[in-house]
Design a protein around this ligand. Structure first.
Ligand SMILES: Nc1nc2c(c(=O)[nH]1)N[C@H]1C(S)=C(S)[C@@H](COP(=O)(O)OP(=O)(O)OC[C@H]3O[C@@H](n4cnc5c(=O)[nH]c(N)nc54)[C@H](O)[C@@H]3O)O[C@H]1N2
Ligand SMILES: Nc1nc2c(c(=O)[nH]1)N[C@H]1C(S)=C(S)[C@@H](COP(=O)(O)OP(=O)(O)OC[C@H]3O[C@@H](n4cnc5c(=O)[nH]c(N)nc54)[C@H](O)[C@@H]3O)O[C@H]1N2
Ligand code: SF4
Ligand SMILES: [Mo]
Length: 688
């Protein structure tokens, strides 16, 4: 049998598992375990196992498309590039915006960042991290001086107590979930807080069920109990933090006593006490969080609050501890590292810093300079500008994002995108967003390219080309370089290989400076920061001091605030949204994967059994869910697993799109939307 195996990393989540693609007659036909990665130890979750299935889907884009009237017609690359160059040359820099992609490689994101800032000379570049961990980046950078996950994945196994809040780890980061199970086997306790009794809840010693939107109250309450009983780590607080007295003044208020927080959250006071004691006395505690914490109008407060708890307990800078923000997309850490954000170049070098601006301008050598040394729009701000000030932004270039299903309040998002004069979408499938575009460009997927991606634990790992791309599709960075050439900047984009792109990026990025393709070939790859070629990389951050100017972690006093929209008589329930293990975001890849699509063919809304009884709604009945922004028809899933008063919808399914309902209210600092709480009502559909 002429099967060939090509080692690669998973294109789905930020865990960064390695597996082999099986290749026969030049085509990817299956996957097989790769045993030597310290991340996943040969195992994969269903998405990784079946990640080969969408690769040769008949629906892959294979040729550039140009819209003529209401129809797309096939075009040559030269025609597509000529049209793009003609349009974009006609716009001022401030009239152009770019969305980069956490699905694509570091090389692709670096190329997009250079295209945006160097060729289009715009300051407006962002990507889906805004919808995801922007609260983490802002919150942790403010208190620790760095916005990344502090410890490594294997390190979670060393913990004596794992506290999971707002992360359904066993479904959304299954191979990190496996580490939690391994820690448990070694005797660790698990505390879990989530409005839903998820598969993660089944692993918990203490499961706290609560109403979406009460996180700061819960975390303050745990600190209240810890400080009241003298269980805080006094030495750590004294030597490594500032602001303890101010924090104490807030958390010790009666508002945060277990009895009062029971009223806010619904968690019994006795359980809050038990959790605080179990956690504080464990000796080492790893806190894991994800979207349940970040996707709120108080997302940044929530993040800082998790950091407060870890500093008060002294659970930082050593094994089995840490604030472990589980990054979502395969390469969302990398896309941020590459500067696909409106405020930074690579490695978080600020665009407004004259020295950093000069460094990039000099290194790139554009004869007519680069973008202004100014910050651009976040994607959520961009959508509002498009909706409210038509004509301010005229050209939009989207690589590997599908906002027409992933943005909050889709009626608003559609209105915004329809106001764009000229839109380019570069994807692997014809998405809901691509349907609105003027030009669609076919890209290669992970299986067809060499490149690197950076996982949630800052581990930089490789994709390796396993097959030729379908039709005329091309590497993302190559397409961007050819667009640049069509705009008249061929000299600044002379890369021949992905490695050339990586080397240019690394030369400009201190945290990646010591990395080379050769060094990344080892099974364990390298964690950034890795400043020099003889540096071993950095699996654990903040062991001696934090990245703040004085090296101290900042404790932040925070009051609990309710979500922007709370239930009332008309909309009496809280709606929260998220994911399931079988599907990925807007479904472009998983719904093109036979096995995964077969497991879960459509969406649903979870309703508590008692609530459903009162409403006269039966399990599987198709009902109407309505918010102030839109409505959808969706099958009910009647279950005891969700808290009374709360409903949950996954957002993967276009036929019952959760984001028709969600609230686009933003956190004032991170500009993340409040996907995790809005007010909803549900109605039976009357038969005609
Ligand atoms: N299978 C699968 N895995 C994925 C993804 C996917 O689409 N599918 N996406 C990836 C991406 S990009 C991301 S960002 C991660 C997200 O990973 P997670 O954050 O784990 O996923 P979610 O389902 O969005 O939300 C997690 C949990 O938050 C709970 N929750 C709801 N409201 C609240 C609240 O107010 N407070 C708290 N504390 N919890 C609340 C929900 O009930 C849910 O169980 O997953 C990554 N992994
Ligand atoms: N209601 C609700 N909405 C949410 C969330 C939620 O919890 N609730 N979570 C938010 C979060 S955390 C996130 S991260 C966003 C995700 O939002 P998006 O990033 O918009 O969602 P994806 O479906 O991952 O879209 C990625 C696109 O990239 C394409 N793609 C894949 N690989 C490649 C490639 O190699 N090259 C190119 N050019 N394209 C490629 C895919 O086909 C797909 O169209 O959704 C957000 N939306
Ligand atoms: S846990 Fe994440 S990285 Fe690992 S196989 Fe599953 S989706 Fe892929
Ligand atoms: Mo995400």
């Amino acid at each position: 049998m002429d099967l060939k195996f090509v080692q690669t990393t998973c294109p789905y989540c930020g865990t960064g598992c390695t597996f082999n693609l099986a290749v026969k007659d030049g085509k990817v036909v299956g996957s097989a375990p790769y045993q030597r990665s310290p991340v996943n130890l040969g195992k994969t979750c269903p998405k990784g196992t079946y990640a080969y299935e969408f690769v040769n889907s008949e629906d892959r884009l294979t040729t550039p498309l140009i819209k003529k009237g209401d129809e797309f017609v096939e075009a040559t690359w030269d025609e597509a590039y000529a049209l793009i160059a003609e349009k974009f040359k006609g716009y001022k820099p401030s009239e152009i915006a770019c969305l980069s992609s956490a699905r694509t490689s570091n090389e692709d994101n670096y190329a997009m960042m250079k295209l945006a800032r160097g060729v289009f000379k715009t300051t407006h570049i962002d990507h889906c991290a805004r919808l995801c961990h922007s609260s983490t980046v802002a919150g942790l950078a403010a208190v620790f001086g760095s916005g990344a996950m502090t410890n490594s994945i294997p390190d979670i196994e060393e913990s004596k107590c794992v506290f999971i809040i707002g992360s359904n780890t066993f479904e959304q980061h299954p191979l990190i979930g496996r580490r939690v199970a391994m820690a448990k086997k070694k005797g660790a306790k698990v505390i879990y807080a989530d409005p839903r009794y998820t598969p993660t809840a089944r692993q918990a010693d203490i499961y706290m069920q609560f109403k979406s939107g009460s996180d700061v109250a819960i975390l303050n309450c745990m600190m209240h109990e810890i400080i009241k009983n003298g269980w805080e780590d006094k030495e750590f607080i004294a030597n490594r933090t500032t602001g303890f007295e101010e924090l104490k003044a807030v958390v010790m208020k009666d508002d945060y006593s277990p009895e009062n927080v029971e009223k806010i959250s619904g968690i019994p006071a006795a359980q809050l006490r038990e959790a605080a004691e179990m956690y504080a006395k464990a000796g080492s505690g790893a806190l894991l969080y994800s979207m349940g914490i970040t996707q709120h109008t108080v997302g940044v407060d929530n993040v800082k609050s998790t950091a407060n708890l870890q500093m008060v307990t002294g659970y930082l800078g050593r094994p089995g501890c840490g604030v472990n923000a589980l990054r979502g997309q395969n390469n969302v850490q990398g896309a941020c590292d590459m500067g696909a954000l409106p405020v930074v170049f690579t490695g978080y070098q600020k665009v407004i810093d004259p020295a950093a601006h000069k460094k990039f301008a000099d290194a790139w050598g554009f004869p007519d300079g680069i973008c202004e040394p100014a910050n651009g729009y976040e994607v959520t701000t961009l959508i509002n500008v498009l909706a409210d000030k038509p004509g301010e932004i005229k050209g939009l270039y989207i690589m590997g994002e599908n906002p027409m299903l992933s943005d909050p309040n889709l009626n608003h998002a559609k209105h915004a995108l329809e106001n764009v004069e000229f839109m380019v979408v570069q994807d692997i499938f014809l998405t809901e967003t691509a349907e609105l575009a003027d030009v669609v460009l076919p890209a290669t997927c992970y299986a067809e390219k060499d490149g690197t991606q950076t996982s949630t634990e800052r581990r930089v790992q490789k994709w390796r080309k396993a097959q030729d791309p379908p039709g005329q599709s091309k590497l993302d960075w190559k397409i961007l370089a050819e667009v640049a050439a069509a705009m008249g900047y061929a000299d600044q984009f002379t890369w021949e290989t992905s490695e050339d792109v990586f080397n240019e990026m690394a030369s400009l990025t201190p945290s990646y400076h010591g990395m080379t393709y050769e060094r990344l070939d080892k099974p364990e790859a390298l964690h950034w920061p890795c400043p020099e070629v003889d540096h071993p990389g950095t699996p654990i951050l903040h062991t001696q001091k934090f990245g703040t100017p004085d090296g101290l972690g900042i404790l932040t006093p925070l009051e609990w605030k309710a979500p922007a929209e709370v239930p009332d008589e008309e909309y009496p329930f809280v709606l929260t949204t998220g994911r399931c293990i079988w599907h990925w975001h807007t479904g472009t890849m998983t719904r093109h994967s036979e096995t995964l699509d077969h497991e879960v063919p459509t969406g649903w809304i979870e309703i508590n059994t008692e609530d459903a009884e009162k409403l006269g709604i039966a399990d599987k009945e198709i009902i109407r869910a309505i918010t102030r922004r839109g409505e959808v028809e969706v099958p009910a899933k009647v279950t005891d697993d969700i808290m009374k008063g709360v409903m949950f919808m996954p957002f993967h399914f276009k036929e019952c799109a959760a984001n028709m309902l969600t609230n686009d209210a933003l956190d004032p600092v991170s500009k993340i939307p409040e996907y995790k709480a809005c007010a909803v009502k549900v109605e039976k559909i009357q038969e005609a």
